[in-house]
Design a protein around this ligand. Sequence first.
Ligand code: UTP
Length: 796
Amino acid sequence: METDCNIKTTPKGFQCTLCNVNLSNLPSLDQHVKGRKHKTLSTVRASRKTQEEHSVFVSGIKPEISQTEITEYFQRFGPISDVIMDKAKGVYAIVQFAETDGTQATLSCVEHRMKGLKLRVKPREKKDFKMIPKKTGSENLQQSLDRLKPQLCQLMSVDAQMKHVVERFQLRDNEKEARGLLVQLLQEVFVEFFPDSKILPFGSSVNSFGVHSCDIDLFLDLENTKVFQAHAKSTTEQAGEGMSDDGRSEDSILSDIDLSTASPAEVLDLVAAILRRCVPSVHKVHVVGGARLPVVKFHHQELNLQGDITVNNRLAVRNTRFLQLCSGVEDRLRPLAYTIRYWAKQKQLAGNPSGSGPLLNNYALTLLIIFFLQNCEPPVLHTVDQLRDMACEEEECVIEGWDCTFPTQPIAVTPSRNTQDLCTLLFGFFSFYAKFDFASSVISVRKGCALPITDFLSQNKEEAMHEEKPIKTQPHGPKLGPLNLLDPFDLSHNVAGNLNERSHRSFQRECQDADKYCRSLQYHRKSTKGKPWGLVRLFTPNGEVPQAKTEQPTISIPFKSAALPKGLRDELHMAGDGFRLLWFQKVCSAVEGVLQRVLRCRLTPSAGAVFGENSVVDAAGEMETSLNTSTNDSCDSVDSQNEASPLGTAVVGAKRRLSSCSDASVSPQDKKPRLARKVRPELPHWICAQKHLVWAGRRKVRRELMKDADSRPEGSCVELESQVTTHIIEKEPALKQALEFKVQPQMLSGTESTKVILKLEPTCDRTGVFHDFFHFLEAFLPKMVETLMEKEEGRV
Ligand code: UTP
């Protein structure tokens, strides 16, 4: 690290000039330097430097000079690894040598002449390589909204506003034509090299949801292509005027390849080479290999279009047909989709600029809309299974083993009986997802319902290939995450699998805010005073909707199916519908562990309804409680639910750690008469006492304790965190009077994502430190609970 010339010392710590980040201390600097971003940028910079040193810039060329001729001329100075020509104008080239000797020999030659032309040869410009901070795009978002606002405000209804959004953003005919011409041009070039291949567009360019300047997604179908034919005919003849003559040089650089033995990466390299050398106006060609589906990315300068080519994405062409069918069947889908896509863009919830990232992609967002429409009353759209049944025999379609059958024509689909207007449906979308229990569901557009997550938790996933049927149902489970949305055809693919907790939370929170706003008059009625109304306020970033106030300090521990240890996943899978109760108990046990064993708090179960096994059941029974419901009023449903639940008994039996106080617990039977007497039973809770500032200075103590050991982030190791606490308790003075507070666990689901919330309330805080401890616990407790649950499995 000392030798890393990118690191500068600053008055506030360190700065990495390569990645453009500030680090406050040595351990964070160390972590940064070992991190992926720094390593990747260092590698990219090193390879750029090598490229610069190995190449020369040649100008003074005339368009009629070919790449082969340039290569032949410069070969006399040393072996050449690549020649990059400026295809559009053909006036310069970058000649890259295999060795630096070639560069030096070329530069030391006084004069370069070719075909009577005097060439100018210069060393490559040395450009400083550093990270260019990404633009947030918020300025553009604001500008776009500023332009849209006055137009929307003057319309008479939300329905009219939604239709206007479509008009404003949809692809115009000339844009569609330009895309069509590009497809045709690429088809003509590619078929020369890949005989019988086809270029098929998919995604927003053709799925009826495209917006101005959306990218063009293409699938190069090589099903009928046996060989890559390097000796393609002159592409100049084939592609007409404007085509660069670089195509003629292909035979000197590429060779014939049997495609049956070529790997997808090799095929993509060929695709990239063809794009670079043979397609006019195409530049910035690069292969992105790490993604689920590797692609070649390019930019078409004249059309100012970003394009992606994949070679193994037949399913995408089919699901694009499916989206086309849905908008053909249901007129209300497009206004809804354009409005929701624009809303999601304004709120920065969807659309990952570089293709990968933690936000929803537009395809996933469209499927969420379709799923909502399948769940309206009566449904607006049919489920994929219902559509399959409406198809005729000739329309049967199986791709990669997945059943992709649906009718070709919208006329074959029974129309919906739902007559709700767009304004109501948009409101419905937000309400639906505002209270959707994402954590415990897997959304199936195929079945039109939410499947229980427990069906996907077990590691022993069945091979569901039916021998007699060539159709797959689910050969391996989808990658689970905070939002699980199955592709309608590839049932092993979670199209929202890239989302992280944060982006999922933002999505649901924005739905909740939008839901609240849609209940107001401002949404429904045009302002007589010319104020923003309807969609305008909905689109405004950082909404004008007042945020809900948190009345009581609350810590949330979300149900994260993807982070669960294997054994627990299996247990929850077995528990079926009762999985929440079981998980709740595990969380309570871990919370108890963190407070008592890791943070050395004194924990006393509350008097009366002591925190014991049956009481845990009581608290878990609150699971249908929404945040808006007073906890004290919601007990009536609890007992009946738990009594009826066989799992309740099973879990109680299995759960020993929490049984330490079970003698004082209240059985469901005991509680009925009490409720009848209208005595409010106190919900189970702990009283937690702490005499030391165990949260203060932990990072420093942790660093000292670790010293030479591998650094570990906060909350990732139980033993280490316990040692940190012990150290603080031994070395730091105690408080004059212990801080005491109540911790009340509650299970939430049904009205929102499954999670445990811990409500905290100070009962004795003479020294005024409760809020500091709470803020520490807010971040520490959920992480530590996860670690402890893993440890129980013997994995940490
Ligand atoms: P996008 O998410 O890019 O959607 O997926 P889009 O409608 O084209 O939107 P923008 O304007 O480019 O952002 C493009 C296509 O890729 C396929 C679908 O066919 C989708 O229409 N796709 C995407 C999948 O098949 N699976 C995925 O998980 C994502």
